[in-house]
Design a protein around this ligand. Structure first.
Ligand code: F6P
Length: 374
């Protein structure tokens, strides 16, 4: 079957590099005479009774390689949300009505898991062929060596630490910077190393080694009046939930509103609300009696113009995704392997129980950080 019309969507959290990818898809599709529809707001565009989309031409995407965010907008809508059985029926009807031959889904493991299931025909009247493009500034999608968004986000976090250093030094303080990084510590570890921070807490080393951190900070204090700690939002410790509940009751007068953490439609807790950075700062102040402050990068990391690395990577992956759609190579994502872009099967993103596989920092990266962060 010749592919004549494809649709492209962006799902999950935005990150720099999405627009370069969209540009890659549309410009390459034009080479094959394939029409492109831009689906608005991720899977949400197709799960309602009326699809929300806009045709995309080369003229539309010409200037977007340098833009942050996504011109298609995004959402965390899950087409397989059990609370909405009508979603899949609507989705297939919309795809058929719009004569969409294939969908290019640009997203993290949640968005790609939907693409994988649709391609297989899981729970739908007929398969909906999809091609994926992995994205997340967390850099933790399995099957690819790097995700766009990571370079821009981490470059911003490095700059933030450099600025915090001035204040920490001026005020003789410890400053803790909390960064995104739900299941993997890529952004935290790379930020800490590249900004010469003193300590880093990451999910790969849960539960957090508080004693190790205090020992390091004591040692730093002998030679310097300030210290810098980077903590990934996914860092954890058995005391953290107890602490959060205490704070929620109003102890210490901190700004934590509620201990209960909201859950998104893919079942993930919104980790920023756990305030692991606050917890870390509280422990440092209590143990070392050292004036401590916290900054939270959160969504500041996800905005802004993509770096050179993210522009080129996004555009390359977008072009490859359009190639795969043209060739009828469905159920794969365009992945970076070394310096080459290659197809990687979407079904291999999950384990035998259907759980997403996280690409964590390898022992080599942890050793690298230990060596350099002395
Ligand atoms: O995109 C991944 C991520 O940045 C995580 O690190 C973070 O937990 C989450 O998104 C925040 O998502 P939202 O924008 O929905 O608050």
């Amino acid at each position: 079957m010749a592919v004549k019309r494809i649709a492209v969507l962006t799902g999950g959290g935005d990150c720099p590099g999405l627009n370069p990818t969209i540009k890659g898809v549309v410009t390459r599709a034009a080479d094959y005479g394939i029409e492109v529809l831009g689906l608005q707001n991720g899977w949400k565009s197709l799960v309602g009774e009326t699809p929300i989309y806009t045709p995309l031409t080369v003229d539309d995407v010409r200037p977007i390689i340098k833009q942050g965010g996504t011109i298609l907008h995004t959402s965390r809508t899950n087409a397989y949300d059990k609370k909405h059985p009508e979603y899949l029926t609507n989705l297939v009807k919309n795809v058929d009505d719009l004569n969409i031959d294939a969908i290019v889904a640009i997203g993290g493991d949640d968005t790609l898991s939907v693409a994988s299931r649709l391609t297989k025909g899981d729970g739908v009247p007929h398969p909906v062929p999809c091609v994926g493009v992995p994205k997340t500034m967390d850099n933790d999608v399995h099957g690819t060596d790097q995700c766009f968004g990571f370079d821009t986000a981490t470059t911003l976090a490095v700059e933030a630490v450099q600025r915090l250093r001035d204040t920490a030094d001026s005020h003789n303080r410890v400053i803790v910077l909390e960064v995104f990084g739900r299941k993997a510590g890529w952004t935290a570890l790379f930020t800490a190393v590249a900004a010469d921070a003193d300590y880093v807490l990451i999910p790969e080393r849960n539960p957090a080694d508080l004693e190790g951190m205090m020992a390091k900070l004591r040692e730093v204090r002998k030679r310097r009046n300030y210290a810098l700690v980077v903590v990934a939002e996914g860092a954890d410790h058995p005391d953290l939930d107890v602490w959060a509940e205490e704070i929620a009751k109003g102890l210490n007068g901190t700004r934590l509103g509620e201990a209960a953490v909201e859950i998104d439609s893919f079942g993930h807790p919104i980790l920023k609300e756990r305030r692991v950075g606050d917890w870390c700062a509280y422990q440092i102040k209590k143990e070392l009696n050292w004036d401590t402050r916290v900054s939270v990068m959160a969504h500041l990391m996800r905005g802004g113009e993509p770096t050179l690395v993210d522009r080129i990577l996004g555009a390359r992956l977008g072009i490859a995704a359009a190639d795969y759609a043209h060739e009828g190579k469905f159920g794969v994502m365009a992945a970076l392997h070394g310096s080459a872009v290659e197809p990687f099967p979407l079904e291999e993103l999950t384990d035998a129980n259907g759980k997403s596989i996280t690409r964590n920092l390898s022992p080599e990266w942890l050793q690298f950080a230990d060596i350099i962060m002395k």
